[in-house]
Design a protein around this ligand. Sequence first.
Ligand code: LRH
Ligand code: MN
Length: 387
Amino acid sequence: MTTDSAQVKAALRTQRIETPSWAYGNSGTRFKVFAQQGVPRTPQEKIDDAAQVHKYTGIAPTVALHIPWDKVDDYAALAQHARDRGVQVGAINSNVFQDDDYMLGSVTHPDPKVREKALNHLLECVDIMDETGSRDLKLWFSDGTNYPGQDDIRARQDRLAEALAAVYERLGDDQRFLLEYKLFEPAFYTTDLPDWGTSYAHCLKLGPKAQVVVDTGHHAPGTNIEFIVAFLLREGKLGGFDFNSRFYADDDLMVGAADPFQLYRIMDQVIQGGGYTDEIAFMLDQCHNIEPKIPGQIRSVLNVQEATAKALLIDIEALRAAQQAGDVLGANAVFMDAYNTDVRPLLAELRAEMGLDPDPMAAYARSGYFEKIRDGRKDGQAAGWGA
Ligand code: LRH
Ligand code: MN
């Protein structure tokens, strides 16, 4: 019995996707950061742009901040600024990867003074969460080495564990941290948090407020990410996603752009694993280096929504029956049938029922918002990664 469209629409109404403040600023590669017109200059303007994505999609009600890229004097006022625009401040992202002192590492650095500096930044981010009312602290460490023998792999794990334990201790009852892993870059020999297993092991030791975040661009080519998702969900250790897509490395392209079938397989495991809840933070982590940023975010949110709708349409009963019967082709056919379903008419209907324009991209393009920010943000310094 295919899940009827009313059930699918009801489930889609509960979807919550978090957009990243840094996607609205200028970004690029080590070769070039191409400045775009109308780019926000302040965290407030980034939030204004994020509110546009929620206005037209209806399912992007929170925006993640990155510290110090979004440093302000009054974080409670910034959270109010967000609420005044119909969105909320979401995860707080730490940054211990852009200071000269962190050349040989941050919390894993051989020098205890540097480790203390890094830890203090992480603890400052929890202070900020207290002000913004954020639940999640997202921790990513660029820490690693470039040459064999450069440092003691075990000792660096001890240092990492010590810092994570101190942050864990500081978290409030309704707070948690999401520990991000990444195969490589900027380090090219060892990365101290290179894969899901290392993140999982550290989180398991610490307790329920330590969860793993899966950045879909942080795996070796060919990695079966939906297996990792299924495993972590089964363990109750999946805290969230940094959605993006890639053809080669950490390309941070629009989620679903490079591999929409992978995104569908991931959302299928999320739904089947009971992860389609607010306990999982569905965040985007992308850079729109050459494409317009707000439309890029709208398109990305729609890509996740489409993959979710297709996964919700899987005839689970027929799939289970075929799986039980060992009917390999039958099971695959049920799985592909949902994937090959054009869900765009259903989503247009859903948006109309939610009081939204059925075509968010066209509605935003017609709104005149871009022209307003293009002309209104000519002076001042455009925001960026500050790299
Ligand atoms: C690291 C990462 C991390 C962020 C940064 C913007 O590659 O995925 O999540 O802090 O990108
Ligand atoms: Mn990420």
